[in-house]
Design a protein around this ligand. Structure first.
Ligand SMILES: C[S@@+](CC[C@H](N)C(=O)[O-])C[C@H]1O[C@@H](n2cnc3c(N)ncnc32)[C@H](O)[C@@H]1O
Length: 291
C-alpha cells in the first residue's frame, strides 16, 4: 500500500465514523493526511507514492483506532499541533492551538499597529503558541506570557525552549493582570476562555479532552473578556493595542461594551482590537452620568 492509499483509506474510515473536526482540520481527508504523515514524522509536502512498511501501517492503525473509538483529537495523539506552519508540543494540559490571532500576527498586525513593538503581553498563554508567534513576528520584542494554570505554563516552557526563546519570552503565573504589577505593553494578546455555560454542556467528545479551565467563559462567555477589557487601560502603553479573541460572542461583546470603539478587523467576527483610548472610553462622558 502507498501513502496515498493509506491516507485515502483513513479518510474513508474517518468519514464513516462521523468524527468532529475542528482542531486544525475541517474534513476527513485533511485529518487523515495530518495523522498519517505526522505519525510517520513526514513533512506535509511528502510525496504520497512511496510504499508504507508493515511497521508504519501498524503505527498509523493504532492511532486511527484511538481517534475513532475514543474520539481523541489527532494533536493529542501525536503530541504535536500546528499553527501558522509552526509546530507546538501539546498534551491535555493545554488546548490545541487554533487561534485566529495567528493570522494577524503573520502580517505584523498591520495596518492596525503603527508603532514599533518592544513589549508584548500574551494573556492566557496556554501552550505559549501566540507568545512564540509574537516573538517571531516582532524580533526585538520581549514577551510576557501568563496563565493561571501551572500545568499549562509547564507546556509553554517546553515550547519556548523548543524555539530557543527563553531570553525574550518570560512565563508568569497570573490571574489575568493580577501578578503583572504596573507593567505596560505595546501589544496585549488574549485568547481567553469564552465558551458559554450552555455551549459547554453541548461540547462534542473531542473538545472534552481539552482542559475545562481553558474553555469555560461563564454564562454569557464574557467573564474573562470583560475583565481583560477593564484592565487594558492600566496595562497598555500609549498607542498600544489589545487584540482579543471572542469566538461566537461578538454580539454579546457589542451588547455589553457597545460604548467602546472596538474594531473587528477584516470583518473578522472572532477578534476585536481596542486601543488604549477605546478601552478607557468605557466610562461614559460626564454629561451623561446620572441620567
Ligand atoms: C483558550 S485557552 C488559550 C491558550 C492559547 N493562548 C491558545 O491560543 O491556544 C485559554 C487559557 O486561559 C487560561 N486561563 C483560564 N483562566 C485564567 C485566568 N483567570 N487567568 C489567566 N489565565 C487563565 C487557561 O489555563 C488556558 O490556558
Amino acid at each position: 500500500m502507498t501513502l496515498r492509499e493509506l491516507v485515502a483509506r483513513t479518510a474513508r474510515r474517518f468519514a464513516r465514523a462521523l468524527l468532529h473536526f475542528g482542531h486544525g482540520t475541517d474534513n476527513p481527508r485533511d485529518e487523515a493526511a495530518y495523522l498519517v504523515l505526522r505519525a510517520l514524522k513526514l513533512p506535509f509536502e511528502a510525496g504520497l507514492d512511496r510504499p508504507v512498511s508493515a511497521l508504519e501501517m501498524a503505527r498509523v492503525d493504532s492511532l486511527v483506532e484511538k481517534r475513532i473509538r475514543e474520539r481523541v483529537p489527532v494533536a493529542y495523539l501525536l503530541r504535536e499541533a500546528w499553527l501558522d506552519r509552526h509546530a507546538f508540543y501539546v498534551d491535555r494540559r493545554v488546548i490545541i492551538p487554533r487561534s485566529h490571532i495567528a493570522e494577524l500576527l503573520r502580517e505584523g498586525l498591520r495596518p492596525w499597529l503603527r508603532q514599533p513593538v518592544s513589549r508584548v503581553l500574551d494573556l492566557c498563554t496556554g501552550s505559549g503558541c501566540l507568545a512564540i508567534l509574537a516573538a517571531r513576528a516582532f524580533a526585538r520584542a520581549r514577551v510576557d506570557a501568563s496563565d493561571l494554570s501551572v500545568a499549562a505554563l509547564a507546556v509553554a516552557q517546553r515550547n519556548v525552549a523548543q524555539y530557543r526563546l527563553q531570553q525574550r519570552v518570560a512565563l508568569i503565573r497570573s490571574d489575568l493582570y493580577a501578578s503583572l504589577g504596573k507593567k505596560r505593553y505595546d501589544l496585549i494578546l488574549a485568547n481567553p476562555p469564552y465558551v458559554t455555560t450552555a455551549a459547554m454542556r453541548k461540547l462534542s467528545a473531542e473538545y472534552r479532552y481539552e482542559p475545562g479551565i481553558a474553555l469555560a467563559g461563564g454564562c454569557n462567555g464574557l467573564e474573562f473578556i470583560s475583565r481583560i477589557l477593564a484592565g487594558a487601560p492600566d496595562h497598555l502603553a500609549h498607542g498600544g493595542l489589545l487584540v482579543c479573541e471572542v469566538g461566537d460572542n461578538r454580539a454579546a461583546v457589542e451588547a455589553h461594551h457597545g460604548r467602546m470603539a472596538l474594531v473587528w478587523p477584516k470583518d473578522e467576527v472572532f477578534i476585536f482590537l481596542a486601543s488604549r483610548t477605546a478601552a478607557v472610553s468605557r466610562t461614559p462622558p460626564t454629561r451623561h452620568r446620572g441620567k
